[in-house]
Design a protein around this ligand. Structure first.
Ligand code: ADP
Length: 668
C-alpha cells in the first residue's frame, strides 16, 4: 500500500475510533456497575449461606428441645399411669390427680382413662378440669387452636398385666409455643407440617409471605423430620424478614441514579464530541483546501513576525528561492536568498518594511535562488493579523517577474534596434536627398567657374590673383561635391539583403513589435492572409520597418476616430507579385496622391519629419516593388486611407502560383 494510502487509512481508523470514544465512559461505568452488582450478589449469597447454616443449627437445637419436651410429657403420662395403679385411684378421683392437672396446664388438652377393652373409664379435659388446680399464668392447651396429637401410656395391672391405658391429647401448637424460645421465635416462623405440607402447628397464627423485600428474594427455610415423635411430621423453620436499615436499600438506588447520570453525561458527551468532530472535519477540509490553494498558487507567500523571522512560507515561495519550507521557517535576517553584494541595501529595505513603510503598490527586488541564478520578484507587504485582529507581523505576496523583466528587456532592445535602423535609414535618405539636391548647384558652380576662367583667358585677363581665386573656387566646389558624395556614401541606407522569407511571419513580427502602441491607443488590428506559406524575396528587417511605419502612420491618423481599426491584408497580385494593404478607418488622404505624401520632409504633423513614406517608397522600390496610397474602399469604412506595397514573389512561390493559375484556367 502506498504511503499516502496508509496514512489515509490510519487517519480513517483514528476518526472511527474518535467517533465512538464518547461510549468509553459509559462502557466503563457499566463495567463498574456490573462489578458492584456482582459484589453485592456475592455478599448476599455468602450472607444467605451463613444465615442458612445458623438456621440449620437453630433447627437442630429446637428439634432436640421439642423432643425433650415431648419425652417429658410422655414420662409424666406414664407417671400418672403408674400412680393410678399404685394409689388405686378411682374414676371419680381421676379428675383431681395433680399431675393430670399439671399436664393440662402445660400442653395436654384432655386425658382419657381406658380399660383394657378400650372403654372409657374416666375423661378429663382442660375445659372440665379444676381451674384451681391449673397454673393461673399458663394458657391452657385447650385455648390453643389447631390439630391435636396423642400420647399413650399403658396402666400396669396385677401380675404384670396391662389393666388399661391413658390417652393424653395434646396440642402441638401449644407445644411449639411453649417449646420455641423467644429469641428463636423472633428469628423464625416455626411450624410442624405433615407429608402433604399442611400445617399441623405453627408458632404464629399468620404465616409470613414466601418472599420478602421489593426485589422478592425467597425466604430461607429449613425443614427436618419430626417423625417420631409425630408421625409423618416435619419441623420447618422459615426466617422472618430481618430488620433492614434504610441505607441498605441505597446501593441499588444509587446505582440506578448513577447509571441515569452516566447516561445523561454520555449523551451530552456524545453531542459534544459530535460537535467537536464536525468542527474538526470542517477544519480539516478547510485546512486541506487552504493548503491545496496555497500550494497551487503561482504567488509565493511568506509570513514574518515583527523581528523579521519567517513564521510561514508556502510551497511556491520555497520553490522560488530553492530552499525547503522546513528550513526557511524560523530563519532570520539576512536571508539566504538575498544577493550577497546587496546585503546592506536589502537590510535597509527590510527595516523599512518592518516599520510598515513598504510601498502599497509593491516593490521590485532581486533575489538569488539556492542554485545560484538570480530572480526578479515583485513583493506586496500586508499586515499579518491573528484571530483576535491583533497584528503579529507582515504577510508578503511575491510574484516572480523574471520572465516579464526579460521580455521587457528584449522588447526594449528590439525597439532600440528598430529605432536605430530607422534613424540610419532616415539619415541615409536625408544624405541621399541632400547629395542629390546639392550635386546640381555644385556642378553648376564648377561649370560656371570653368566658363568664367575660359572667358577671362579668352579676354586676355592674366591677373594671377583672379585666376588663382577662380582656380581655388573650382577646387573648393569640387571638394564640396566630393564631401557631399562621401557623406552620402557613408550615410547611405544599407542595401537590402534580400532572401526568401515567409511574408506572413514578417508581418506578424512587425505587428508584435508595434502591439504595445496599438494597445495604448486602443486600435483593433486584423490580419487577413489566406496563404501563410507564401514566400517573397526581400530583406525581412526592412520590410518590417515599412510595415511598422505604415502602422504608426495609421495609428496617428486614427487619433480623432472613435472605433479605431486597422486591417492588414496579404494577397497574391498577378503572377509575380505579392501585395500587402494596410487600411485604416481614419480621416483619409484628402485628395493627396502618393507623390505628395512621399515627398521628402512632407508632413502634416507638428513633430513629423516627413521622411517616413519617402523611406518606405525607397525601400520598396529597392526591392523592385511598387508603393501606392489611395482612399479606403467603401466596403471597409466611410473614410480612411489604404497604403499598398508589392514585393516580388520568391521563385518557388511564383512557380506554385503559376501552376495554380493554370489549373484554375483549365477548370474554367
Ligand atoms: P510623418 O509621419 O513624419 O508626417 P510621413 O512621410 O510618414 O511623415 O507621412 C507624411 C504625411 O502623410 C503625414 O504627415 C500625413 O499627413 C500623411 N499620412 C500618412 N499616412 C496617413 C494615413 N494613414 N492617413 C492619413 N494621412 C496619412
Amino acid at each position: 500500500m502506498p504511503q499516502a494510502a496508509r496514512t489515509l487509512a490510519r487517519s480513517g481508523d483514528r476518526q472511527t475510533w474518535a467517533r465512538h470514544l464518547w461510549a468509553l465512559p459509559m462502557l466503563l461505568s457499566l463495567i463498574f456497575v456490573a462489578a458492584v452488582v456482582a459484589w453485592l450478589q456475592r455478599t448476599d449469597t455468602l450472607d444467605r449461606e451463613e444465615r442458612r447454616q445458623t438456621m440449620i443449627a437453630d433447627a437442630l437445637t429446637l428439634e432436640t428441645q421439642l423432643r425433650g419436651q415431648l419425652d417429658f410429657e410422655s414420662q409424666q403420662l406414664e407417671e400418672v399411669a403408674r400412680s393410678l395403679q399404685q394409689n388405686a385411684i378411682s374414676a371419680e378421683q381421676f379428675g383431681r390427680v395433680a399431675e393430670i392437672n399439671a399436664g393440662l396446664g402445660r400442653v395436654w388438652q384432655s386425658v382419657t382413662w381406658l380399660d383394657k377393652d378400650n372403654r372409657v373409664l374416666a375423661h378429663v379435659s382442660s375445659a372440665s378440669a379444676d381451674p384451681s388446680a391449673l397454673l393461673p399464668t399458663t394458657a391452657t392447651a385447650e385455648s390453643v387452636r389447631g390439630i391435636s396429637s396423642h400420647l399413650v401410656a399403658s396402666i400396669p395391672g396385677a401380675r404384670s398385666n396391662i389393666s388399661g391405658s391413658l390417652v393424653a391429647r395434646y396440642s402441638p401448637t401449644a407445644l411449639l409455643k411453649r417449646g420455641v424460645p423467644w429469641w428463636l421465635a423472633r428469628k423464625y416462623y416455626v411450624r410442624l407440617t405433615d407429608s402433604l405440607d399442611q400445617t399441623l402447628a405453627a408458632s404464629e397464627d399468620s404465616p409470613p409471605l414466601k418472599t420478602y423485600g421489593t426485589l422478592g428474594f425467597p425466604r430461607i427455610s429449613y425443614a427436618l423430620s419430626f417423625d417420631p415423635p409425630i408421625r409423618d411430621a416435619s419441623l420447618e423453620l422459615t426466617e422472618h424478614a430481618a430488620f433492614v436499615p434504610w441505607y441498605r436499600g441505597l446501593p441499588p438506588v444509587l446505582m440506578a441514579g448513577f447509571l441515569a447520570l452516566v447516561l445523561i453525561a454520555t449523551w451530552m458527551l456524545r453531542r459534544q464530541m459530535q460537535g467537536v468532530l464536525r468542527a474538526e472535519a470542517a477544519w480539516r477540509t478547510e485546512a486541506a483546501w487552504r493548503s491545496a490553494m496555497e500550494d497551487s498558487m503561482v504567488v509565493g507567500l511568506r509570513a514574518r513576525d515583527f523581528n523579521g523571522r519567517l513564521v510561514y512560507v508556502n510551497r511556491t515561495f520555497a520553490e522560488m528561492v530553492g530552499w525547503p519550507q522546513d528550513a526557511l521557517v524560523g530563519m532570520i535576517t539576512p536571508m539566504p536568498y538575498w544577493l550577497p553584494d546587496q546585503i546592506e541595501e536589502t537590510m535597509q529595505r527590510h527595516l523599512r518594511n518592518m516599520a510598515g513603510d513598504a510601498p502599497r503598490e509593491g516593490y521590485e527586488a532581486r533575489w538569488r535562488h539556492r542554485d545560484g541564478h538570480n530572480l526578479d520578484v515583485m513583493v506586496f507587504e500586508t499586515p499579518l493579523v491573528d484571530a483576535s485582529g491583533q497584528q503579529i507581523g507582515w504577510m508578503g505576496s511575491i510574484l516572480e517577474i523574471t520572465e516579464r523583466k526579460l521580455m521587457e528587456e528584449r522588447d526594449r532592445k528590439q525597439a532600440d534596434t528598430l529605432a536605430h535602423h530607422a534613424r540610419l535609414t532616415m539619415l541615409g535618405e536625408i544624405a541621399s536627398t541632400l547629395a542629390h539636391e546639392l550635386n546640381q548647384p555644385l556642378t553648376a558652380i564648377a561649370s560656371y567657374n570653368a566658363g568664367v576662367i575660359n572667358s577671362l583667358k579668352r579676354d586676355g585677363v592674366t591677373d594671377a590673383d583672379v585666376h588663382d581665386a577662380l582656380q581655388r573656387l573650382g577646387e573648393q566646389a569640387a571638394q564640396a561635391g566630393r564631401i557631399v558624395q562621401r557623406i552620402r556614401e557613408f550615410l547611405t541606407r544599407r542595401e537590402p539583403v534580400r532572401e526568401s522569407c515567409e511574408i506572413h511571419q514578417v508581418v506578424v513580427n512587425a505587428i508584435a513589435l508595434f502591439r504595445r502602441e496599438l494597445d495604448r491607443h486602443q486600435v483593433a488590428i486584423t490580419l487577413n492572409n489566406l496563404n501563410e506559406t507564401v514566400r517573397v524575396t526581400a530583406d525581412p528587417v526592412l520590410i518590417e520597418q515599412v510595415i511598422i511605419n505604415l502602422l504608426r502612420n495609421a495609428t496617428d491618423a486614427l487619433i480623432s476616430t472613435r472605433d479605431r481599426q486597422i486591417e492588414v491584408t496579404i494577397h497574391i497580385a498577378g503572377e509575380r507579385f505579392l501585395r500587402i494593404d494596410v487600411t485604416d478607418n481614419g480621416p483619409g488622404l484628402a485628395g493627396r496622391g502618393i507623390k505628395q505624401l512621399c515627398t521628402a520632409f512632407y508632413s502634416t504633423k507638428s513633430e513629423g519629419m516627413g521622411m517616413g513614406l519617402a523611406i518606405c517608397r525607397s525601400i520598396i522600390e529597392a526591392h523592385e516593388g511598387a508603393f501606392d496610397a489611395c482612399e479606403v474602399p467603401s466596403n471597409f469604412a466611410k473614410s480612411g486611407a489604404q497604403f499598398s506595397l508589392s514585393l516580388p514573389l520568391a521563385q518557388a512561390t511564383r512557380a506554385q502560383v503559376l501552376i495554380e493559375q493554370h489549373l484554375h484556367e483549365a477548370c474554367e
